[in-house]
Design a protein around this ligand. Structure first.
Ligand SMILES: [Zn+2]
Length: 419
């Protein structure tokens, strides 16, 4: 695990060269107190830092903080104190540099709110500080939220699971989200300027908008807890603790869906979600898409499929059957001139229906009819790997502890307190 390596800049004390902007002095008193936030977790132990990619390839963004903030230039280390007092400050690109008002900064800035305050980026509040990085061609900005993992989880758990769910279910979500984030950061973070995306591509992070008292309790009560397992090479470590909404009856082997193989992710029976998940998650209506639309979506997204020019057929090539659940793991995409290639079932699903709300899973059947591809007899919601969230809720309602629920969905794993 890494610790605080994410904060690349040394904070600088305001120097004589610092520029002070007094943009407004309104709403001082009560506004300040409302946006003063207590820490999510105890301060006694150092916690790993996380770099969350909030926005990529944007032309501008706005900054706002009740008590002001400091901007540090990544190159010169000079800092400027902005006192915005509930007024948005616009960040844009001018003359190949980051521009804030009439002040220019080099290719990268660190934005830090005053202690105990939070900042709004494009009017959404987040804990921690921010790195804003100009792209190599100086045409767009990347906005990264830098914060400790417990503060990050406070904005994830309630975005990935309803905050009114049972406390034990919320705790399973906190541990799974913590372990997953640290695994992704360790595996991919060293090769890029951020660790995780704030979207479903990793896990949804909504900052303060997703924080609730129940969620903060779940994060605090599991502080530092992660799941470990023995990897195929014999080493012990964290693993990608995938989770999804509703497995439908049996969770799927990770190898079939994502191609990675870990003992706790081989799939288990799940009689729990069926009893309580929304009916539309257990049996979802037919999803139809015209062959022409499917063809353009597939060939636009995958360069490997471009050469097929026009897709005329999709065939199931790798299907797993676990009890009642039949999942399409891989499909053959066939072009007009008989050329073909394959993609994963999950990739097909999220290409044809990027929201994932219509074609809810790959536990369905494909047919071609009247110029359309029809995905029918569908069950479950999500990729089905790892913890089934509705199943976790079902078990929590029966009084099962979060530790037991986690060991049920991730068999062969064990819980440790990392810090
Ligand atoms: Zn389930």
């Amino acid at each position: 695990m890494h610790s605080n390596r994410t904060v690349a800049f040394r904070r600088t004390v305001m120097t004589g060269g610092a520029v002070v902007f007094l943009l407004a002095w309104t709403f001082v008193g009560c506004w300040k107190r409302q946006l003063e936030y207590p820490s999510v977790s105890s301060d006694k132990n150092e916690k790993p830092g996380v770099r969350v990619l909030l926005f990529d390839k944007v032309k501008n963004c706005t900054l706002k903080s009740a008590a002001g903030f400091v901007i540090t230039d990544g190159q010169s280390n000079a800092s400027a104190h902005f006192i915005s007092e509930n007024t948005s400050v616009s960040v844009s690109i001018a003359n190949g540099q980051i521009a804030i008002g009439k002040t220019s900064f080099s290719g990268e800035i660190l934005v830090t709110p005053d202690k105990h305050y939070v900042m709004a980026i494009n009017d959404n509040h987040y804990r921690g500080s921010f790195r804003i990085i100009l792209s190599g061609d100086r045409s767009s900005l990347m906005v990264i939220n830098v914060l400790d993992i417990e503060a990050y989880l406070a904005g994830v758990v309630g975005a990935e699971m309803p905050s009114y769910w049972d406390a034990e279910a919320l705790k399973t979500q906190a541990v799974a989200a913590r372990t997953y984030c640290l695994y992704i950061a360790k595996r991919f973070g060293t090769k890029r300027q951020w660790d995780v995306r704030a979207t479903q591509a990793n896990q949804v992070y909504r900052g303060l908008a997703a924080e609730r008292a129940t969620v903060i309790d779940a994060v605090r009560q599991t502080e530092g807890m992660v799941l470990l397992c023995t990897h195929e090479n014999g080493a012990r470590g964290i693993f990608p603790t995938y989770y999804s909404s509703t497995c439908g009856g049996h969770t799927e082997n990770s190898r079939n869906v994502f191609g990675d193989s870990f003992e706790p992710l081989r799939g288990v029976d799940c009689p729990y979600c069926k009893r309580i998940a929304r009916k539309s998650y257990i049996t979802w209506p037919v999803f139809e898409i015209s062959i022409a639309e499917a063809s353009s979506k597939l060939t636009e997204k995958y360069s490997s499929l471009k050469r097929l020019k026009t897709v005329i057929a999709i065939e199931e090539t790798d299907v797993s059957q676990n009890g009642p659940i039949r999942r399409i793991n891989r499909v053959k995409i066939i072009g007009k001139d008989s050329a073909s290639d394959w993609i994963r079932g999950e990739d097909l699903r999220l290409t044809l229906d990027p929201t994932g709300m219509k074609m809810k899973s790959t536990a369905c059947r494909i047919e071609k009819k009247n110029g359309k591809f029809r995905f029918h007899s569908g069950t479950g919601f999500g990729h089905g790997v790892g913890m089934c969230q509705y199943g976790a809720l079902g078990q929590a309602r029966h009084g099962t502890s979060f530790e037991k629920i986690l060991s049920y969905y991730y068999p062969g794993s064990w819980l440790v307190k990392g810090y």
